[in-house]
Design a protein. Sequence first.
Length: 220
Amino acid sequence: MGHDTSFASFSAFLQRLISMTPVQNQSQLAEKLNVGRAAVSLAKQKDSVPSKWIFFLAQEFSLNSDWLATGNGSPYPVSKEQSHGCAKVPHILPRLSGDGSLLFDEHFTEKIHFNSDWLSSLGNPNEMVSLTMTGPCMHPEIKEKDMVLIHLGDKKMFSGGIFALAIDGFILIRRTEKSPGHLELQCDNPDYPNRSLPREEAEGITLLGKVIWAGREHSL
């Protein structure tokens, strides 16, 4: 892991997809993803798979996104009984690949476990990722090194909400405040300035998802 998405090789991914779905070749993959064949050829050439393809295909065919990405675990989402009520959430790095895809942290992948019932109450677990907070700008609401849970499927921005935003190749966690013609990115920490963006600059920001939980371990 260490390419665009830190997933396994493109050929291994394609073979897993072929073994479990009607998709049987690169042309059918492009058609299913609604992308040009050149995009699939480029992914093969770079030997990497955009994370958004993984999430889409896993949801489309009711597959385990971890298995589709890495080959680990069961091809299908593990039931609550089988997993003893635990659900796994992939861990991402605070930066993006060159094409804007999420970068997954190899050290943490498949190791962040949450209670299945609790996680499902917050949304679709298959559309969630975790992130380690960097910097104290959101203190005290979210402290540096807190574990942050992001719902990638929740992209309805509203004033006062905390969101994960893609800006200049990095992922920022900020509270947002919308006003006519402007978007303000707010830091809860008063020592850090807010950033007010006019509409034309705000349009260059990608909303990745809503922050739905943050927590930390306490040392004795």
